[in-house]
Design a protein around this ligand. Structure first.
Ligand code: NAD
Length: 282
């Protein structure tokens, strides 16, 4: 399947990034959000990103113009009816996502593929509520989408081989490397990353070492660009806590229990970079 028009629903941080990369890859995109103002905000962000790339000499002016010309906007899935592939990147709320999937299934051709960028909701459960569960799949982009190379593809219990093949091909066309995960809590990256960040929180809580020394140890000792506490602050401590809870509940093993210190920081409103205080102050 050669994707001609991609609908991206949700023009926030992730949706705008997905739309930008797809448009830069020569794909026609319809970017959808709940109202014109929100979609415009998403497009303004994309324009700013492209302008920055041009001014740094990383992108030709005509390529930026071409990408913007391939980008259309809409305020409902009905206006994206011509799309043969949709990626949903709306707020991480199961009720909201299910409604968007029902609207997309009604609006798009019966053979269109519906993908979700969810970080934590089972693909199988979203697939079960539409008329084409075999054409539903997880396509988990990393943040920021234009920079990060990886896309995790998640097959729900019902996902067909053809849907998987088409999704892999789309990700490759967008210049991404894919990995395949089963539909289990956290998929691959968060299943392994979040317990490590959580363990770093336990280490601070127990006074094993200072936050700075934990980060230096992991950075230089395991050759990663950021220590775990710096990374947790960057992701947002509320997001880390939420994913830890998803792992704990979904896998039912106490080894995934969130560190009480992490919970306390979130209770205090110390969410990391975005609130200027987390394990560090900014
Ligand atoms: P965000 O809050 O920046 O954007 C969400 C957008 O969805 C908003 O613009 C909102 O107006 C829009 N929206 C809400 N309801 C809608 C509806 N019914 N129809 C159309 N648009 C609607 O969120 P985000 O960080 O971009 O996250 C989006 C999705 O991507 C979530 O499922 C999240 O779990 C996932 N994700 C996020 C990250 C990350 O680091 N932020 C990484 C990977 C995956």
């Amino acid at each position: 399947m050669d994707v001609k028009t991609l609908a991206v629903v949700g023009a926030g941080q992730m949706g705008a990034g997905i739309a930008q990369v797809a448009a830069q890859s020569g794909i026609s995109v319809v970017l959808v959000d709940v109202d014109a103002e929100l979609v415009e905000r998403g497009v303004a962000g994309i324009r700013a990103q492209l302008d920055r790339a041009v001014s740094k000499g990383k992108l030709k002016t005509e390529d930026a113009k071409g990408a913007l010309a391939r980008l259309k906007t809409a305020s409902s899935p009905q206006e994206a009816a011509q799309a043969d592939f949709a990626v949903e990147a709306v707020t991480e709320n199961e009720g909201v996502k299910k409604k968007v999937f029902q609207d997309l299934a009604r609006a798009l051709r019966p053979d269109a593929i519906l993908a979700t960028n969810t970080s934590s909701i089972p693909i199988t459960r979203i697939a079960a509520i539409v008329d084409r569960p075999e054409r539903v799949i997880g396509m988990h982009f990393m943040n920021p989408v234009p920079v990060m190379q990886l896309v995790e593809i998640i097959r729900g219990a019902q996902t067909s081989d053809a849907t998987y093949t088409a999704t892999r091909a789309l990700a490759a066309r967008m210049g991404k490397t894919t990995v395949l995960s089963k539909d289990m809590p956290g998929f691959i990256v968060n299943r392994i990353l979040i317990p490590m960040l959580n363990e770093a929180c336990f280490a601070v809580q127990e006074g094993l070492a200072s936050a700075e020394d934990i980060d230096t140890a992991m950075k230089l000792g395991t050759n990663v660009p950021m220590g775990p506490l710096t990374l947790a602050d960057f992701i947002g401590l509320d997001t880390c806590l939420y994913i830890a809870e998803v792992l704990h509940k979904g896998l039912g093993d106490d080894k995934y229990r969130p560190a009480p210190l992490l919970r306390q920081y979130v209770d205090a409103g110390w969410l990391g970079r975005k609130t200027k205080r987390g394990f560090y102050t900014y």
